[in-house]
Design a protein around this ligand. Sequence first.
Ligand code: G3P
Length: 222
Amino acid sequence: MSSTLIVLNLKTYLEGTGEGAVKVAQACKEVADDSGIEIGVAPQFCDIYRVASQVDLPVYSQSLDPVGAGSFTGHAFVQSIKDAGAVGTLINHSECRLTLANIDASITTARNAALKTIVCTNNVATSAAAAALGPDYVAVEPPELIGSGIPVSKADPEVVTGSVEAVKRINPAVQVLCGAGISKGEDLAAALELGSVGVLLASGIVKAADPKAALEDLVSKV
Ligand code: G3P
């Protein structure tokens, strides 16, 4: 396995919901096995168990709530996420923003349960702030490029290099992913060139007519 990491966020795309989540995850697994590149998926909460129990690949929660066991109705409890088969979690996202205090508490909650943490950020300043909290990964994604099909590695390379630099300065143990508009092999290659260790992506794969072919293209230039 190379040290490159690809995480596919299934969001609430219909194509990545229920049995669709299993199908996309299966495609990820096949391409990961063929390429030697680690590929994880982040399905919706209700699909974590379905995916993790049917497909042998790293499964991430799309978020979690920093609550303990007990009197907490309507929350995503870390123990339930872990027992469902997740190995990690996304934390914070431009589509589900948290306060700094909640990001910190979510990282601590996940870390105490031995879940990997990927904190999504929207610019260099928030990447730096997130790095100070010590997650495993910071994933920088300019919100205006999310779902646009315009890759961050081409449209805004400075946000990637700036985040890599800032994160390294603040906490060299934290690794940087980038995302937004990534779908092709050249996008992933450019993301790695810019100093990130991989990508967090969604629509370019989940909504592709043939997700497996799209994934094969994604890893083709690494
Ligand atoms: O979390 C990944 C994401 O926000 C990027 O979305 O559709 O631009 O790949 P997309």
